[in-house]
Ligand binder design. Structure first.
Ligand code: CA
Length: 233
């Protein structure tokens, strides 16, 4: 029997009381969302957003337009539920969806990331929607400074939150059979370097690798919830 070509793992970490991350793995759609908000807001926001994109993308055509519609539906679902104590709750979301010819389409809003491991090298596919990236793009700080800059905690786009307009997702295409895909919440990349992530990601089957990545981030400090999804293309 072939090994399962995808796997997920999550952990609350060493500091947080709740795990506000949500994820979904199916044969064609993979999602990680990292919620934020008071009370149960973060958990609810990430769960609602994952359910909304799944409802849109698991049936019917997948292309850049339907991915944008799925993100808009997720934004609306979180906003609609954001009453009372849940006001202002929001979430990041990164997804990968297999399209007809095996190609992958990726979409993201916020700072949950997609990486591709191919030919032994790790490439970050997504760009974080945060203030550190804005400063980096303007040339005001270096990539090294961006890694530790407090602006990395200030999101410039999220689903839900206080802004009524749905932020358009950045959409990327990954060719079929390109390698191994990693989706993660920032609890992974805030604890581990790209080199550490690359080494762990290359070390075994998806299930072992997913657990190793999460365990490594928790051991390195676990200051945030950490969630990973690993998919072999
Ligand atoms: Ca987080």
């Amino acid at each position: 029997m072939n090994a399962t070509p995808y796997a997920a793992a999550t952990d609350v970490g060493q500091v947080r009381a709740n795990n506000e991350d949500s994820f979904l793995v199916t044969d064609t759609l993979w999602v990680v969302a990292d919620g934020m908000g008071g009370h149960a807001g973060g958990e609810i926001a990430s769960r609602l957003a994952v359910a909304a994109v799944a409802a849109q993308l698991q049936h019917g055509p997948v292309n850049a337009d339907t991915i944008a519609q799925a993100f808009a539906a997720a934004h609306a679902a979180v906003r609609d539920a954001a009453d009372g104590e849940l006001a202002g709750m929001g979430t990041t979301l990164v997804l990968a969806c297999r399209v007809a010819d095996g190609e992958m389409l990726l979409g993201n809003v916020g700072d949950s990331r997609a990486y591709l491991l191919a030919d032994g090298g790790l490439a970050q596919i997504t760009t974080d929607d945060n203030q550190a990236e804005v400063l980096l793009a303007r040339g005001e700080i270096t990539a090294e400074q961006a890694r530790v800059h407090p602006g990395q905690f200030l999101l410039t786009a999220s689903l839900g939150g206080w802004i009524p307009t749905a932020p358009p997702p950045a959409v990327h295409t990954v060719p079929a059979h390109a390698g191994r895909l990693l989706l993660c919440s920032d609890g992974l990349n805030s604890e581990l370097t790209d080199e550490e992530i690359a080494e762990a990601l290359a070390s075994g089957e998806p299930e072992q690798v997913a657990q190793l990545l999460v365990d490594s981030a928790v051991r390195a400090g676990g200051r945030d919830n950490v969630t990973v999804v690993v998919v072999d293309l």
